[in-house]
Design a protein around this ligand. Sequence first.
Ligand code: SF4
Length: 337
Amino acid sequence: MDITKLEAWYIRSHRKLIFRETKNPYHIWVSEVMLQQTQVETVLPYFESFIKLFPNPQCLAEAEDEKLMKAVEGLGYYRRFRLMKKAARYIVDHFNGEFPNTYEDVLSLPGVGLYTAGAIMSIAYHEPRSALDGNVIRVLSRYLGVDHNMREEKHKRKLDQINQTYIEKATPAIYTQAMMELGATICRPKNPQCGMCPLQEHCVAYAENRQHELPVLSKLKEPIHKNWITLIIQDEAYIYLRKREEELLKGMYEYPQFEEESVHSVINNLQQQGIILDLVNQEKTVKHVFSHQVWHMDVYVVRRISGMSPEWIRIEHQALKKIPMATAHRKIGPLNN
Ligand code: SF4
């Protein structure tokens, strides 16, 4: 690989992103976790406010769960942030609050895998450690003309080893960031800008005009569709919510919702538990797509007349904005019935 050209291109052309201008391992870690499955443009404002709220591992370890979840509301995949807090606790307990500086210690942190450890070690500590994410898989698959299914671990491992041999000949911090940047801005999934690419000269996919066939990625499982009856239960003073305990969106608040045929059967079932609700109207139908699930929510406004589920909490209407709520329900929006 023409590493010199790649690095020169990065130094010349990279976007000036706040988390690419730092060598602080804690900041790099935060940015890498936020960037998982999430676009750079989305992450930028979150990153800045997160670092202000939780400027070091100690502050993150001591953060209230709700404050943490509110800080990342809208980014999705919330498990990563619960693991981050756990890792911050681990840093305080095992490394005296200092972000660890060896590959093995970084890898020992809860939620930190090979990619994140490789990114932190190469960018913050200039250690040659491969960081193979989706962008780098795409660049290398195309550059080398790899035909194997990149969803299979053994093929990913092979590519990781190749990436390791490259970074050992490179300037680690520049190489890692250059490959990420190339994948994000030039060797994009659709319409790669081969004419501007520093790797074009020896790129197999370019030579054979196979950019759109690579990387080979087998189809993901079809998502599960769930139909919910979602209730906005409110009275003059309060709105009724539930805090999720399920793994998906754990710790986020939601409107009570039920996988049932109709709103009438929901109201009847609740009545049998001593909860009397008065149906006002159907407000809207909202769809939300997660990576493995699609929610179809028929949203009804109801008024509570009496009774209360032990699962529910009630909050004042104006407090709704201050609590962490997943996008799926946040986008239902304020209702004024
Ligand atoms: S030449 Fe095109 S396909 Fe090859 S690495 Fe560059 S952008 Fe990707």
